[in-house]
Design a protein around this ligand. Structure first.
Ligand code: ACM
Length: 271
């Protein structure tokens, strides 16, 4: 199974340009599952709700999600991408920092970021979807189970653990990382759960007046043994694809006596 990520720099508050940019990047790539960074249609920094209304979209009819659906169908491949979501709560507009999983048949699933980071709290609702696992069709492997989490969710081990306990073989992790810890920490997420992880990070800097934030690139893919099977540069736009056997993630034995999941002793864990 060919899995990978796009690492790029979205144009701040320019969904039309980002839709074209992502389409150009991924149209020529050969993959079964591709992950694209957090807030890929909009960029990261926000300064007002008016602006958020203009750059967010509903996944049922938004242009960025439509582009992903079209390419997914054409390639008979799945795509996961972070995007800035708008929806209605009664008569009120609400916004989520979301991720879409697009299937070749046009169906899609949404994950909404559970753990918002810093000023994201001023604009987005905390995610209300929870962590779920979806079956992706694979010609070679039948069905492959994948889950989604977004960026800062990584710092809560419960996020990846929940996905792994629900059967995820591959954790898709659209990101806009600003701290230097995650790329190394995904090693632990991969080995403690014995899963594949794909962290698709962005590069560059967003600026609104004096408010600036820089992103750390270095997108990574890990296998269940904790090997970095792909690592991107810290400052270049790139798309990288690797071949894996997703069924390697079904074996939870770390040696011939320790099965990581069978031996969990929940009665001693804090809830
Ligand atoms: C982050 O969660 N985007 C830092």
């Amino acid at each position: 199974m060919k899995i990978g990520y796009l690492q790029f720099k979205p144009e701040l508050h320019n969904p039309a340009v980002n839709t074209e940019k992502v389409s150009d990047f991924i149209s020529g790539a050969d993959f079964d599952l591709l992950v694209i960074p957090e807030l890929a249609n909009s960029g990261y920094l926000l300064s007002s709700i008016d602006e958020l209304e203009k750059i967010s979209e509903n996944p049922d009819n938004g242009k960025y999600c439509a582009m992903l659906k079209k390419i997914s169908k054409k390639k008979n491949a799945c795509i996961v991408s972070g995007f800035c979501e708008s929806t209605k709560d009664g008569s009120q507009n609400v916004y989520y920092n979301s991720s879409i999983l697009v299937f070749p048949d046009g169906k899609f699933r949404i994950y909404r970021k559970t753990h918002l980071f810093y000023n994201e709290k001023n604009f987005f609702q905390s995610g209300n979807t929870g962590f779920w696992v979806y079956e992706v069709p694979s010609e070679k492997y039948g069905v492959v189970k994948i889950g989604m989490m977004i960026c800062f969710d990584w710092i809560y081990p419960e996020a990846a653990r929940t996905l792994a306990l629900r059967g995820a073989q591959i954790i898709c992790h659209p990101s806009n990382l600003v701290m230097p810890y995650c790329q190394n920490s995904m090693y632990t997420r991969a080995i403690e759960n014995r899963v594949f992880t794909i962290t698709a990070n962005r590069i560059g800097t967003d600026a609104i007046g004096k408010d600036t934030v820089s992103f750390t690139g270095g997108s990574v893919i890990l296998n269940p043994n904790g090997d970095y099977i792909s690592r991107a540069s810290v400052d270049k736009e790139e798309i990288n694809i690797v071949e894996i056997n997703p069924n390697d993630a079904k074996n939870k034995f770390i040696n011939d006596k320790n099965n990581l999941f069978d031996e969990r002793r929940e009665m001693f864990y804090y809830r």
